[in-house]
Design a protein around this ligand. Structure first.
Ligand SMILES: [Zn+2]
Length: 669
């Protein structure tokens, strides 16, 4: 999901992606070939769903039947099944979700006349007795006995290793008034987290587990995604006037005599299914044709960067289906262009988007809480009518949201990390990838805002979050256990950490790390440790110390020039490190009439002193002159101008950044 629909922040994002229409591309880099690795074509098929659901649009109600086929791919005997019943998060004030969010999420308050719920009314092994009496509610995360978002079914017969169980489930659900992620606003429905969904059985060894067991989490204010892959077939019956959009490919449409229509959608290799219904959608379809969208230059650049053959990188075609609000129609092309570009950029970087369709829902402003959400092959965008016309049509937030949500097709949809326990692997990587794409297309210093001569990079925008550095907590922890710092530690800080890593290792090595990670763990539920291993392997050195200090620590860093002393041909410069993060760093010195001199400091001690025996005066000194350490809390104290040379680059940088920080700080927070 996208942090929050903060409208002032949206207003600050003028002019991003202006040049998004211009294909960018760096010069090819020298390449050592990486071992070729075929992209997995199929996910492990563990949880298949065959669902029939009927929407009562007036009562905001769903009636459904589910045939769940679950395969025990472990070598364990499994005695029970655990389910997510996530609409119960909206059931009352006793749910863990309500307690955590206190009825307000992403700046949108919940209407207290719009509760939602799901009740399982029958559950039986195909043709057998009703098992409902054996279903109990569980609260594995917080022991909240009144939360009903996780349920456990004790089976009359355990499931043997390699065995399969087929369950028939009947349910009735009431959708909440949309304020967060799912629900309705008038006759608009965004139906997510809506059916009884089996949790993930993790065998020993998976994600570092010592023993096999279920991984099930309650629905939380900050996280909601972790599920197994399978094949979905969902038949949605709704009044005929509704336009329906859903995960996957529509395989049938049947009109009934009673004025309803059944739309059937199917999709394999996904771990979730969401859909939408509204009579007001304007449907726009556009085919992404790889042969047209990807230039041979783009293929060649990517192949060189990744050390792969062009044939390995070929992308496939995608049917893009956009469901627009009529009053947002002038922005349709913008959504589409950004989407096409993201399919190209992320496809080349992280592997081909494997699905035939992508559906983008543009929610009405009355349901802004459903904007900026990700589900497999199905994302929600988000914009305002205000942005239809000049000068607000140069506010590029709609494009950014689409790019962010499409990036989730990789980190949430295909890698499918455990967002509850390691949100950074999903949101942090998604945020990093979004910034990387914008920088790549627009330039590092312009990717956030270009307006009337002022240009700002996404990096500068990201770095604003560092003003919240006092909220630094360990990044890798369950999303509900942060003190207050979920957003900073799951989005901005990991994105800046990956940016820092990329600058330290070089762009090519970083590209190869991310490619290898996305490829090896496609459909694989990787953990942070799995990422660390891939990164170390591709970089050719142990990066674990870096990750222990950044991802698994609350450490921050701030380099500063502390003191400059000059007398009689003798100069000493003292450089300090505030914070506990240790990163080796270059320091640049410029003496009058001499070339810039660089020294490296290992950054281990709190401070160090550089000594020079030059007769010339020191003009300026700059710590981390290339600004590689994006995690540095403040760049304003990295440099010091000693002489009065107004052309000193460090002074320019400082003044410029000060202005930018003030302007953006005022606009965005
Ligand atoms: Zn997100």
């Amino acid at each position: 999901m996208r942090g929050s629909p903060r409208r002032l922040r949206i207003a600050a994002r003028v002019a991003i992606l202006l040049a998004a229409l211009v294909a960018g591309g760096a010069a090819p880099l020298a390449a050592d070939p990486l071992p070729a690795q075929a992209l997995a074509a199929q996910a492990p098929r563990i949880a298949d769903y065959d669902i029939a659901v009927r929407l009562d649009a007036d009562a905001k109600r769903l009636d459904g039947t589910v045939r769940l086929t679950w395969r025990n791919t472990s070598s364990d005997v499994v005695p029970d099944l655990w389910f997510h019943l996530y609409l119960n998060a909206f059931r009352d004030r006793d749910s863990t979700f309500w307690r955590e969010s206190r009825g307000q999420l992403r700046a949108v308050p919940m209407a207290t006349d719009g509760w939602g719920r799901i009740d399982v009314t029958a559950m039986r092994i195909a043709g057998g007795a009703d098992l409902l009496p054996a279903l109990t509610f569980e609260a594995p995360d917080d022991g909240n006995g009144k939360d009903r978002t996780v349920a456990r079914l004790r089976l009359p017969q355990p499931i043997a290793p390699g065995g399969t169980i087929a369950l028939d489930i009947t349910f009735r659900a009431v959708l909440p008034k949309a304020y967060a992620r799912t629900g309705y606003a008038g006759d608009y429905f965004l139906v997510a987290q809506w059916f009884p969904k089996v949790a993930v059985y993790e065998p020993a060894g998976m994600r570092g587990r010592a023993a096999g067991g279920w991984n099930a989490h309650q629905f939380h204010a900050n996280s909601e995604f972790y599920a197994d892959f399978g094949h979905y077939r969902v038949a949605i019956t709704a009044p005929r006037r509704f336009v329906i959009g859903a995960t996957g490919v529509r395989t049938a449409r049947v009109d009934h005599a009673n004025g309803t229509t059944t739309h059937t959608y199917e999709q394999g290799n996904v771990h979730d299914f969401a859909w939408t219904a509204s009579p007001h959608f304007v449907e726009i379809t556009r085919r992404y044709v790889a042969a047209r969208e990807v230039t041979s230059r783009a293929y060649a650049d990517a192949a060189a960067r990744l050390g792969r053959s062009i044939d390995e990188l070929r992308l496939g075609d995608v049917e893009v289906r956009l469901l627009m609000q009529p009053d947002h129609l002038p922005q349709a092309e913008r959504y589409l262009r950004a989407t096409m570009q993201a399919i190209t950029a992320f496809g080349l970087a992280f592997g081909r988007y494997p699905h035939a369709t992508l559906t983008i829902v543009d929610p009405p402003e009355s349901a802004i809480g459903t904007a900026g959400m990700e589900y497999p092959t199905f994302i929600t965008a988000g914009t305002l009518t205000l942005f239809n016309t000049w000068p607000f049509d140069r506010v590029y937030e709609p494009e950014i949201v689409v790019v962010h949500e499409f990036a989730h097709q990789y980190f949430q949809g295909m890698l499918a990390s455990n967002e509850f326990e390691e949100a950074w692997l999903d949101e942090g990587m998604t945020e990093w990838a979004t910034g990387w794409l914008l920088d790549d297309v627009l330039g590092r210093d312009r990717s956030f805002l270009q307006l009337a001569g002022l240009s700002v990079g996404d990096l500068d925008y990201q770095r604003l979050s560092l003003t919240r550095a006092r909220g630094a907590e360990m990044i890798r922890q369950p999303s509900w256990s942060y003190h207050t710092g979920y957003a900073f530690n799951s989005y901005g800080r990991p994105a800046l950490t990956l940016r820092t890593l990329s600058r330290l290792l070089g762009r090519q090595t970083m590209a190869r790390i991310m490619r290898t990670y996305a490829e090896r763990w496609r459909f694989g539920h990787p953990s942070s440790d799995d990422f660390y291993r891939v990164a170390s392997e591709v970089a050719g050195r142990d990066l674990t110390p870096f990750f222990r200090q950044t991802i698994e620590s609350a450490a921050v860093i701030d380099y500063a020039v502390w003191a400059v002393d000059q007398e009689a041909g003798h100069t000493t410069v003292t450089v300090r490190r505030e914070g506990d993060l240790q990163i080796p760093i270059p320091v640049a010195f410029k003496f009058a009439g001499r070339p810039v001199e660089r020294r490296t400091w290992d950054g281990v001690e709190r401070w160090t002193r550089f000594t020079f025996e030059y007769p010339e005066p020191l003009e300026w000194v700059d710590v981390d002159p290339d600004r590689d350490v994006a995690l540095d809390l403040s760049w304003l104290n990295n440099g010091r101008v000693v002489s009065a040379d107004r052309r000193a680059p460090v002074a320019m940088t400082s003044r410029w950044l000060l202005v930018v920080q003030q302007v953006l700080g005022w606009l965005a927070f």
